[in-house]
Design a protein around this ligand. Structure first.
Ligand code: 13P
Length: 287
């Protein structure tokens, strides 16, 4: 059964560790992440962007696949199925389809509009027992065609949004999606510290988990980050492993063209990445 991310994140915040959100793209991705979380006895959040939602033939298809897999694979660790960077309409569609958690990303709206829309979703999610993530300060990089600059959120605005009763809050602290450029200045711990002081027990979310050095991840967790999103790193690992399989000519040997064989190295690479992140975030054995 899918669960809201509320309990796992409140526990993470209190226990000074973070739960990973790993974005999914298809059956192989989902299976690899669920199996690894189970093996590590860790709670997990499966992230779905609106683009990935379309790719996987709609939110209902995803709910069916994930719920079926939880049963079929005998997954007992807490699993939340979460919309990543949702629009208001996307969030409503996911709630309707049976997601257990949604993100409404109103960071590109003026703060009043972000507050008004987030507030409406707080009421709906509360009634249905779902977790809700809000965002202040756009995360840089490109995701589904939306390009942000990696700005730093205003701590007072963060407090205003946190006070609406959201479950968790994503705040820009100089982080960006995708690979970090060589001249990246690093995370703004000063901003994070100020946000955490004003928002107290609210679990904070760090987007753009790919490529952030381990010491920065640990410091961010110390300063109140309880959910860390990872997407690109799994994609890079998957692509490199499948590329190697093909370049080694393995698809031309015997039944090496069988998709279950062809994609297997990619699946193993995703598992290794997720395993490493669960260790680093400290959520192993916290199921
Ligand atoms: P990366 O692709 O940089 O890991 O970011 C993932 C993310 O923040 C999804 O919301």
């Amino acid at each position: 059964m899918l669960v809201s991310a509320k309990e796992m994140l409140n526990k993470a915040k209190a226990g000074h560790y973070a739960v990973g959100q790993f974005n999914i793209n298809n059956l192989e991705w989902t299976k690899a992440i669920l199996q690894t979380a189970q093996e590590m006895n860790s709670p997990v959040i499966l992230g779905v962007s609106e683009g990935a939602g379309k790719y996987m033939c709609g939110y209902k298809t995803i709910v069916g696949m994930v719920e079926g897999m939880i049963e079929g694979l005998g997954i007992t660790v807490p699993v939340a199925l979460h919309l990543d960077h949702g629009s208001y309409e996307g969030a409503m569609q996911c709630i309707e389809a049976g997601f257990s958690s949604v993100m409404f990303d109103g960071s590109h709206y003026p703060i009043d509009e972000n507050i008004a829309k987030t507030k409406e979703l707080v009421a709906i999610c509360e009634e249905k027992g779902l977790s809700l993530e809000a965002e202040v300060g756009a995360i840089g990089g490109e995701e589904d065609g939306v390009i942000g600059e990696g700005e730093c959120a205003d701590p007072d605005e963060c407090k205003m949004i946190a006070d609406l009763g959201v479950t968790m809050l994503a705040a820009g602290i100089g982080n960006i999606h995708g690979k970090y450029p060589a001249n990246w200045k690093g995370l703004s711990f000063e901003t994070l510290d100020n946000i955490q002081k004003l928002t107290g027990a609210m679990p904070l979310v760090l987007h753009g988990g790919t490529g952030i050095p381990a010491d920065m991840i640990k410091k961010a967790i110390d300063l109140g980050v309880s959910k860390i999103n990872v997407n690109t790193e799994c994609q890079l690992a998957f692509a490199a492993a499948v590329r190697k399989y093909v370049e080694d000519g393995k698809d031309l040997q015997g039944k090496g063209f069988d998709p279950r064989k062809l994609l297997a190295p990619g699946v193993e690479a995703i598992k290794a990445t997720v395993r490493e992140k669960i260790e680093l975030f400290g959520s192993k054995d916290k199921a």
